[in-house]
Every structure is written in structure tokens, then in C-alpha cells.
Design a protein around this ligand. Structure first.
Ligand code: TRP
Length: 372
């Protein structure tokens, strides 16, 4: 029997079967035909080639509109509850690829309100502080300041609130309970919150005073919010947002969602120093055997290996090199220690540059923020 699993924005448990999730959520797989179509706009991102971004809603429609010179806008976000780790960066790096490929604007929401309402241990000021910290990591990825609007919910609320109440009026409590699994013990802010996450789907339309298509790159755990948005969008006078969904990057511990709750030793933060990164990768869970002799004889299993996952998701964009690592592992030609070293070199090279760009971002943060 396959293990039970749950995926909502607020709870991810069990081992996720991503094929089953497509059926449960009623999304569409990004198939060969759609990949071929996407390849016409520019080289396919490795996260598409490897089916890490693997599911969508209405992406074909969005491209039809784009082909008719009806440009879309991008929207994604972050719940600022703590420091950024590599798993967080993954969908944002993909958003950057979309911005570069289609030359479109990105709206980036920082939901300090959400994290405050959902976590007992955080004050609102702390969430806001994390919002500004996290914005540095976002900017460090290289988004175009002319095409990128970052905003913090509690600060941009004057612009958003009228649309939030229009949305909220169309959503009833039983929908919220069914979609998010909430009950009577949830605070009323958390019940209302999804209407705040809905608004940015329409910000570009509001600004331009006409219906603008919107594409949301996100982890598939965020899809429930936007199912609600899609149900009410046309009633509010807008297009339904299109979505492109990613699988969740595993932690260094193995197959589960890469989450800060997996333990800080099992996630690499963007501000970690060289020694810490080396140590964390050194302790990563792999698909190796109990002894070197056995591994030389039987080979390892990249399918369950977190080092392999890191390469596949982020750090080895070259398909040929990834395939070689894979086969060298299976045939016992490469041992886990060496593989970890190779990963460390790539991760550290990335992080060293990221940390410099993150520092520089402090000087330009206001070029990215939009305010009421
Ligand atoms: N709710 C998301 C989180 O907790 C943050 C978020 C807001 C978001 N808007 C979004 C994520 C749009 C993806 C797309 O991380």
C-alpha cells in the first residue's frame, strides 16, 4: 500500500507521490508537447527538462495570449518566517528564468501577516524584519529592478485591501475548511488570509486598468490558495491566474520537503559560512552502502540520495554531467565522499557569489520595493 500523504500550504506530511497529486489537485502534467512549445521561447530550463517544474494550470492559454502580444505578469511570494535556505531559492531562480525569457514583470509578495498569524513563536515585527532580510536574497538572484515589484503585506495593504475584501466576500468558511483543513480553533486572521494571497494575481490588471494574464511559479503546496482564486477571478472581472508547479526540494536528510523544521543541520542557509556548508554536506543522507567494498561491488542508489537531489534540482544544470554522476554511482565508480566534495565545490561557489550579491542588495533594496 502506498503511504498516505497530505499536501496543503500549511501541512506537508508523508512521502509525496507527485503523479497522484496531479490527479488529486486536478492539474495538468507538463508533457513533451508543452515542453517543445516552451523551448521555442528560449533554451529550456533544467528544472523543466527534469520535470521538477512538472505540472500546470492554463499554461497553454497563457502562451496563446503571449503569442497574440498579450503579455502576462509573473507573481510569486515568500512567507518571511526565518532565513532563506537553498530549497527556497529554487522556484525563485525559475521565476528569474521566466522573467528573462519572456521579458515580463514580476510581483513578489512577502506575507509577514501570514507568518505572524500561523506561527505562535513569531511577533509581527520579527516577520517584518525577516521580510526585509529575505528580500536581499531575492534581489541577489538578479531580478531586473525595472521589472520587479516587491512588497510586504502589512505595508502595501492600502493598495491591496479593497481587492482583498472583494475577494473575501466571495469565499465562504466551508470552502476554507475543506481546502486548508482548518477547524474552529484556527484564528480568524488565518481564515481570511487567502484573500490577501489572491490579490497580487490582479495587481497588474488593477494598475493597467485592463485584464492582464498572470502566471504563478510556485511549489505545488501553494496550489490550494490559487484554486480558490481561480474560482472567483472571473466574478471579480479578471482572468484566472495560470500556474506552473514545482516539486518540493528535499532536505539533506532525504525525501521530505526541505524545511527549516527538518533541523537546521539538514538545510543550507544562504548565509552559512564555508565550514558550516562543508559540514552539512558531509553529513548528508546518501544512497551509499554500508562499506566502501560493498559500494564498489554493488553501486549506490541515486534515487534516494539527497546529494543527487541537490545536483538535479539546482547544482548540476548540465544533463550529461548529471547522467555521468548517476551512472558512476550505480556502477560503484564514485564513492559518496567524492560526490559530496564535488557538490560542496559547486554549492560554495554559488553561495560565495550569492553572499556578495546579497550584501550589495542592501544598497538597492528601495529600487525593488513598491509602496502605497
Ligand atoms: N504563502 C507562501 C508561503 O508561505 C508565500 C506566498 C505568497 C506565495 N504569495 C505566493 C508563494 C505566491 C508562491 C506564490 O511561503
Amino acid at each position: 500500500m502506498p503511504e498516505e500523504f497530505t499536501v496543503t500550504p500549511y501541512k506537508v506530511t508523508g512521502e509525496i507521490d507527485y503523479d497522484v497529486l496531479i490527479e488529486r489537485f486536478g492539474t495538468k502534467r507538463i508533457d513533451e508537447q508543452l515542453l517543445a512549445r516552451l523551448a521555442k521561447y528560449g533554451p529550456l530550463h533544467h528544472m523543466l527538462r527534469r520535470q521538477i517544474f512538472y505540472s500546470h494550470r492554463d499554461l497553454e492559454w497563457l502562451l496563446d495570449e503571449y503569442d497574440k502580444s498579450n503579455k502576462f505578469t509573473l507573481y510569486t511570494g515568500r512567507g518571511p518566517s526565518g532565513p532563506i535556505h537553498l530549497g527556497h531559492l529554487m522556484p525563485w531562480a525559475f521565476a528569474k528564468y521566466l522573467q528573462d525569457t519572456f521579458k515580463v514583470k514580476l510581483w513578489f509578495q512577502l506575507t509577514d501577516d501570514e507568518k505572524f498569524m500561523f506561527y505562535d513563536h513569531l511577533t509581527l515585527d520579527e516577520c517584518k524584519k525577516w521580510g526585509y532580510e529575505n528580500a536581499l536574497d531575492i534581489i541577489a538572484l538578479g531580478f531586473d529592478p525595472k521589472l520587479t515589484n516587491i512588497f510586504l503585506d502589512t505595508e502595501y495593504i492600502k493598495t491591496m485591501y479593497p481587492m482583498a475584501v472583494r475577494a473575501a466576500k466571495k469565499i465562504n468558511f466551508s470552502t476554507i475548511k475543506a481546502v486548508f483543513g482548518f477547524d474552529n480553533s484556527n484564528n480568524i486572521g488565518s481564515i481570511f488570509f487567502t484573500s490577501i494571497q489572491t490579490v497580487p494575481c490582479f495587481l497588474e490588471s488593477m494598475e493597467q486598468g485592463k485584464k492582464v494574464p498572470c502566471l504563478i511559479p510556485c511549489g505545488i503546496d501553494q496550489d490550494p490558495h490559487f484554486r480558490i482564486t481561480r474560482d472567483i477571478a472571473e466574478g471579480l472581472g479578471y482572468f484566472k491566474p495560470a500556474l506552473i508547479h514545482a516539486k518540493l526540494m528535499p532536505s539533506l536528510q532525504g525525501a521530505e520537503k526541505m524545511s527549516t523544521s527538518a533541523g537546521t543541520d539538514m538545510t543550507i542557509f544562504t548565509t552559512d559560512d564555508k565550514k558550516t556548508v562543508k559540514k552539512k554536506i558531509g553529513n548528508a543522507f546518501t544512497g551509499g552502502r554500508v562499506s566502501v567494498e560493498e559500494q564498489k561491488k554493488l553501486g549506490g542508489d541515486p534515487n534516494i540520495c539527497s546529494v543527487h537531489a541537490y545536483n538535479a534540482y539546482f547544482f548540476e544544470p548540465d544533463d550529461k554531467k548529471l547522467a555521468k554522476l548517476n551512472s558512476d554511482c550505480r556502477t560503484g565508480k564514485i564513492m559518496c565522499g567524492e560526490c559530496k566534495n564535488l557538490l560542496f565545490e559547486k554549492v560554495w561557489k554559488f553561495l560565495e557569489e550569492h553572499q556578495t550579491r546579497r550584501q550589495k542588495a542592501k544598497d538597492v533594496i528601495e529600487d525593488f520595493f513598491v509602496r502605497d
